[in-house]
Write a protein that binds this ligand. Structure first.
Ligand SMILES: Nc1ncnc2c1ncn2[C@@H]1O[C@H](COP(=O)(O)OP(=O)(O)OP(=O)(O)O)[C@@H](O)[C@H]1O
Length: 227
């Protein structure tokens, strides 16, 4: 594994009114690695994920991406980074209900100017990789929860992002379906060289990661487990 981190949080703090969500979180994400953030509800996992992905600005500390200080970038530069270098998977797929699953997966490529035929060909290949070719022509509402999450994973992967941020991506699935989605996400991300930052409170899901960082009261405990 490379010794240069792709993403780094250094003593990051963040409050919402009187609630101190992050009290000093520090961690590093290396290229291509799968990192799970785990810990009790309210411990700050999602807040750190939002800071790492440039959605939230920390109150204190620093977020570095590929040697650059995210805090020094303007809003437009940070949106471009999110669009070009990052992919996102949320708890509820957040697919566009009016589009077919194939069109949903192709959308990020279409938005970056790729022609329909090529975008949909790549989308079809990814749907096959995620073992959901059968829902390609269906709308998300006609797919099962597990199928829809695999479509959401395919959509996050299609631009071959350097980092995929996944916030409780299996939270709405039963444990068998959840584990299957994560195994497919991890395998497909590794094939493409994308790193994954995965927020989960489920040990079985965290066990699919290369490394687990445990959160407690707004900061990660030092004892990061390396598998
Ligand atoms: N937008 C917000 N406005 C107000 N408080 C917030 C906001 N986002 C998070 N918080 C608070 O910050 C703390 C940390 O929340 P966060 O969602 O980061 O924790 P978490 O570990 O991801 O929890 P969970 O596993 O339940 O999602 C909590 O006390 C939460 O209520």
């Amino acid at each position: 594994m490379s010794t240069q981190p792709l993403l780094a949080a250094d003593d990051v703090t963040k409050s919402f009114g009187a609630t101190q969500a992050l009290t000093g979180a520090s961690l590093q994400v290396f290229p291509g690695e799968v990192l799970a953030l785990t810990g009790p509800s309210g411990s700050g996992k999602s807040t750190l994920l939002h800071c790492l992905s440039g959605i939230l600005r920390p109150d204190g500390g620093r977020i570095g991406y590929d040697g650059r200080d995210l805090g020094a970038l303007g809003d437009r530069e940070r949106s471009a980074l999110r669009r070009n270098a990052f992919g996102f998977v949320f708890q509820f797929g957040q697919l566009v209900p009016e589009l077919t699953c194939l069109e949903n997966v192709a959308l990020p490529l279409r938005l970056s100017g790729v022609r329909r035929r090529r975008a949909e060909q790549s989308a079809g290949e990814l749907l096959a990789r995620l073992q959901v070719s059968d829902v390609a022509g269906k709308r998300p509402g006609q797919a099962s929860g597990g199928q829809a999450q695999r479509v959401a994973v395919a959509r996050a992967l299609i631009t071959t992002p350097r980092v995929i941020f996944a916030d409780e991506p299996t939270g709405a699935l039963d444990s068998r379906n959840g584990e299957q989605v994560i195994r497919l996400l991890v395998a497909a991300a590794k094939e493409r060289g994308s790193a994954v930052v995965l927020v989960t409170h489920e040990d079985r899901i965290a066990a699919c990661a290369d490394r687990v960082v445990v959160f407690h009261d707004g900061a990660n405990l030092d004892a990061a487990v390396t598998r």
